[in-house]
Design a binder for this molecule. Structure first.
Ligand code: NAP
Length: 283
């Protein structure tokens, strides 16, 4: 039996980093990233550390601001307003999830769209869907970059996105449409789900349920992207069952697939934000 080819996110992320190092070296200024974190959620602590370390290693200026779990919403909004006005700050990222007393939508809307390196501001969301220039969410961008790197054609292809969150499924659907794919977005209310996913030539799964997708959900020869990160008994498991490798032609691993691409695209967005703002983009 031939098993699916592994689409390594580490490999593609390294290619992105090599390109970014060159581009950063050639700039007459040093782009900067500011990451704000509230509280000590262990996953957030580790994600923020990873982003900061990578940004520094590539040659960005990076700074992390840590606030207590009970930091007031108004204080956070004031701090964001200050960073929006600061000429030497190119990208602002507020690590999610936020504590329950803070309204995430207010916070995300407070970040200047040209500094919104996570791509969650409604103006950037609108630009994504209307076909304009903007800053777009890192995980969907990373998935597209990964597929392009491995020569996966999307134009005219049947792509099914399983999951409709604002950070993965929905923006990915918008970006895939921009690539001329034929896109279906499925979710927890979708009827006859395995029939829907079996239509896909490219199947992207972003659900957050360990090993939900079994091999009989997958069209033989399909390319499968597993976005899921589920911690089960100390292990990281994807949303796609390993048996899918028996029917798919290519599959992203967990860990080492989409995860590294998300960080890589954050770095690319930070450079893009710096250039857009300096070149007078009108976001
Ligand atoms: P989310 O906000 O919880 O959304 C999950 C989506 O999956 C929802 O649209 C939900 O449908 C759907 N869903 C849940 N159970 C389902 C089921 N049994 N059948 C069909 N659809 C189902 O999650 P998310 O933020 O998109 O993240 C999804 C996964 O990706 C998580 O494991 C997360 O950790 C991971 N992730 C990884 C990265 C990375 O960089 N590697 C980045 C982001 C997220 P409804 O809308 O109907 O509720």
């Amino acid at each position: 039996m031939t098993l699916a080819r592994t689409l390594s996110g580490h490999e593609v992320a390294e290619a992105v980093y090599a390109e970014l190092r060159q581009r950063l070296k050639a700039l007459p200024f040093v782009p900067s990233l500011r990451v704000l974190r509230l509280g000590e959620d262990p996953a957030s602590v580790s994600y923020v550390r990873l982003k900061d370390k990578r940004a520094r290693e590539l040659g960005f200026r990076s700074q992390v601001e840590v606030y207590p779990e009970d930091f007031p919403e108004e204080a956070l909004l004031s701090r964001i307003a200050e960073l929006n006005a600061q000429e030497d700050v190119d990208g602002i990222l507020v690590q999610l999830p936020l504590p329950p007393h803070i309204r995430a939508d207010r916070v995300l809307e407070a970040i200047h769209p040209l500094k919104d390196v996570d791509g969650f501001h409604p103006l950037n969301v609108g630009r994504l869907w209307s076909g304009g220039e903007g800053l777009f969410p890192c995980t969907p961008l990373g998935i597209l970059r990964l597929l392009k790197h491995y020569g996966v054609a999307l134009k005219g292809k049947e792509v099914v996105v399983l999951g409709r969150s604002n950070i993965v499924g929905k923006p990915l659907a918008g970006l895939l449409l921009r690539e001329d794919a034929t896109v279906t977005v499925a979710h927890s209310k979708t009827e006859a789900l395995p029939e829907v996913t079996r239509r896909a030539e490219v199947l992207v799964v972003a659900v957050g349920k360990a090993h939900l997708v079994r091999k009989d959900w997958v069209r033989p020869g399909a390319i499968v992207v597993d976005v899921g990160v589920n911690r089960v008994e100390g292990k990281l498991l994807g949303d796609v069952h390993p048996e899918v490798a028996e029917v798919a032609s290519a599959l992203t691993p967990v860990p080492g697939g989409v995860g590294p691409m998300t960080v890589a695209m954050l770095m690319a967005n930070t450079l893009k934000a710096a250039l857009l703002r300096r070149h007078g983009a009108s976001l």
